[in-house]
Design a binder for this molecule. Structure first.
Ligand SMILES: C[S@@+](CC[C@H](N)C(=O)[O-])C[C@H]1O[C@@H](n2cnc3c(N)ncnc32)[C@H](O)[C@@H]1O
Length: 252
């Protein structure tokens, strides 16, 4: 797993993947202030990557903690968040923290990275243990519709990178693999070869919600990425149309 997000990937991630986490970081901060206006300003970001969402909270005065499996992503998060952030290299389905948090978030398809439902159950349990009573957990998950966009091939060419993206989703096997390869510009101006292969797993949303309840989270609701406060009513239509949805749930 670590190898998936190693080397030059943080640079490429921040170049191409930044808009969604930046937008959703601001939306999550607003959501928390609506759900728990009096809560302490401390948060945990599980699968924090380069810390884009984490930074949205930090900029609003939150004390932030990030967990990620990739040392390379955490190194970039450290540059972004500075010494005040607590950053921990750990597997999201196997970690334990001393502190508990009034809010945990986890964005950009972390359950789809984690794998099968047993590992996802462990992830939900680890986060449960890290959230204080009455606290919230807000995370997104890619739908099958979203994962179908893995079936794609495209070239992106900019001043600092030429990247070829190729992917294929095997729906019967419940997983998709995509490869990004090409060259990126190093700090010394030369171009380095770059390649990552990333696996995303299909996560059935009804089974995910069963696990959320089984672990102890209360009153989970689904929402779209453009409106986190309104529980989805027509879930089937949303799952058919949206690339990802949010699960919002509370620690009893
Ligand atoms: C698509 S990035 C999302 C990063 C960040 N949440 C954001 O929204 O920008 C996925 C992140 O999940 C991390 N990741 C994947 N599997 C993980 C696992 N089992 N435990 C912890 N982190 C994991 C990767 O290292 C990567 O940083």
């Amino acid at each position: 797993m670590e190898a998936q997000y190693a080397d030059r990937f943080p640079q490429v991630y921040d170049r191409y993947w930044l808009p969604y986490p930046r937008r959703i970081g601001a939306a999550l901060r607003e959501l928390h202030q609506k759900l728990a206006p009096d809560a302490e300003r401390r948060m945990l970001d599980v699968g924090c990557g380069t810390g884009i969402v984490t930074a949205a909270f930090q900029q609003d005065g939150y004390e932030v903690t990030g967990v990620d499996i990739s040392a390379a992503m955490l190194a970039r998060a450290r540059e972004r968040l500075g010494a005040a952030a607590t950053l921990i290299q750990a597997d999201a389905s196997d970690f334990q923290l001393e502190q508990r948090f009034p809010l945990a978030v986890s964005t950009y398809d972390i359950p789809n990275h984690i794998g099968d439902l047993d590992r996802i159950r462990s992830y939900l349990k680890c986060v449960y243990a890290a959230v204080s009573p009455g606290g919230w957990f807000v995370f997104d998950v890619a739908t099958l519709t979203g994962l179908r966009s893995i079936n794609n091939a495209q070239v992106r060419e900019t001043e600092d990178a030429i990247l070829l993206y190729r992917g294929a989703l095997d729906e019967a096997a419940g997983r998709g693999i995509y490869r990004i390869s090409g060259v990126t510009r190093a700090p010394d101006g030369r171009y380095d070869r770059f390649q990552v292969t990333i696996t995303n797993y299909v996560v059935p949303i009804d089974r995910l919600l069963d696990l959320v309840r089984e672990v102890g989270w209360q009153e989970p609701y689904l929402a779209t990425t453009s409106d986190l406060t309104t529980p989805l009513v027509d879930v089937d239509t949303a799952l058919a149309e949206q690339p990802r949805v949010f699960v919002i749930c509370r620690h009893p």
